[in-house]
Ligand binder design. Structure first.
Ligand code: ATP
Ligand code: MG
Length: 400
């Protein structure tokens, strides 16, 4: 079917075309389902795993691989617009869905974010407009490329070009020798070696753009990572200067417009010790650092995703309460590192804290380093939110 037959008029909830298609079944998909249903839409999820967080909440589940022809056909038959919650969904699947419906973000946009090499090339191409570059880096496709690596990139971080998340697929290397070993261990996977930068702090900028080209940008979120996984997000950012905030927000708006992106996009930046700003990576979907928007903003990032794909106006991004978001990993279900005895976190005590909004993703099994949920602390002052976040950490046995 030619793309010209695709209906790009607004899609309204509560009628016979109100089913939205979601590729991916994780927690981001689940929170999308909640917002879609709040607006009166139904959601069909395509996800190979049984009992996924999104499928539990959705109106329908097609259990098939993201690139399964019959699964994609079923999804295409049920829905006229599609989105994704996972950037490693094959771009070809999104392109297939675009033959019969409206896909936001497009396969072309998602494919940039799927590959660190393309992503860095995109950031570099836009640098004349944004005035922000990615970290100095080298592309490593074969062992020969190692010989050309500048000594200036050490100490560095070797990252696989594709399929990385939550610090997976990353190795820190101090020398050429360590780089050789690490690259060999990855067995021919294309990588990027990035110079390790002196980070003062990390921020992310969440932007959304509608099908009409109107874009909105959320306040700067300040992120603390532990072992490569997001630990907390604090908004407003305690450290960011007004100048750095404006610079990164403007950059995010330029980047999202440059590729005619429709949907929610999150861009991660590093602020270095000398105050300069470096762009790290982008996620073509709602982001963990934007979970705070559910409780602290007029319109959540998931509601924006629904609105963008349905060609409806985007909502107000205004934050009404200072907040801290704390990620809940599977580790707290285990009493002791050695014994691995299971326990139940004391949610009753956490929920007794007035500012705590608990979100659990309904995952059946807790595993170490697995994202099980998050808590957003919203309070009249940031100090109060931070204080209750620390109290919750004490209750849950999380070191602050
Ligand atoms: P996620 O998908 O969770 O954002 P990821 O696996 O895609 O993570 P990155 O965002 O590239 O990985 O890196 C994870 C974290 O590692 C960063 O948030 C930062 O704390 C640290 N890090 C990454 N690159 C660098 C760098 N060049 N210099 C210093 N620290 C870095
Ligand atoms: Mg990251």
């Amino acid at each position: 079917m030619s793309t010209s037959t695709i209906n790009t008029n607004p899609q309204f909830p509560n009628n016979k075309t109100s089913m939205l298609g979601m590729v991916g079944g994780g927690q981001l998909g689940r929170m999308f389902v909640h917002e879609a249903q709040a607006l009166g839409f139904k959601v069909m999820v395509l996800e190979p795993e049984a009992g996924s967080p999104a499928a539990h909440a959705a109106d329908g589940h097609i259990q098939a691989a993201y690139d399964d022809a019959s699964g994609l056909q079923q999804l295409a038959a049920a829905c006229t617009s599609f989105t994704t919650e996972f950037e490693n969904v094959p771009a070809a699947s999104l392109a297939k869905l675009a033959e019969t419906g409206f896909v936001a973000p497009s396969a072309a946009c998602v494919s940039i974010a799927q590959d660190r090499i393309e992503e860095k090339a995109f950031f570099t191409r836009c640098a004349p407009q944004t005035d922000i570059l990615p970290a100095p880096h080298a592309i490593l496709r074969t062992a020969d490329d190692l010989e050309k690596v500048s000594a200036d990139l050490f100490p560095g971080i070797l990252k696989t070009a594709r399929m990385g998340y939550d610090g997976k697929g990353q190795v820190r290397v101090k020398s050429m020798e360590e780089l050789r070993t690490a690259f060999d261990n990855l067995k021919g996977v294309v990588c990027v070696l990035e110079k390790m930068l002196p980070l003062a702090y990390e921020i992310s900028v969440l932007v959304a753009r509608g099908a009409d080209g109107q874009a909105v940008v959320y306040p700067i979120a300040e992120n603390v990572h532990r072992d490569g996984i997001l630990f907390t997000t604090t908004v407003p950012s305690p450290h960011v200067s007004e100048q750095a905030a404006l610079k990164t927000q403007n950059a995010a708006l330029k980047l999202i417009a440059d590729i005619d992106y429709v949907g929610v996009l999150c861009i991660e930046f590093f602020v270095l010790e000398d105050g300069s700003v470096v762009v790290n990576e982008m996620a073509p979907r709602p982001h963990n650092s934007g979970h705070y928007t559910i409780d602290a903003c007029v319109t959540s990032q998931f509601a924006q995703q629904v609105r963008a794909m349905a060609r409806l106006p985007l909502g107000d991004v205004r934050q009404h309460s200072p907040c801290v978001m704390l990620n809940i990993l599977g580790d707290i279900w285990f009493d002791d590192v050695e014994q691995n005895t299971e326990r139940q976190p004391a949610w009753d005590k956490v929920l007794a804290l007035p500012s705590a909004h608990l979100h659990l993703y309904g995952k059946s099994e807790a595993r170490r380093a697995r994202k099980m949920g998050h808590i957003t602390f919203i309070a009249p002052t940031l100090e109060q939110a931070q204080d209750e976040m620390r109290q919750a950490c004490a209750i849950l046995g999380i070191e602050v």
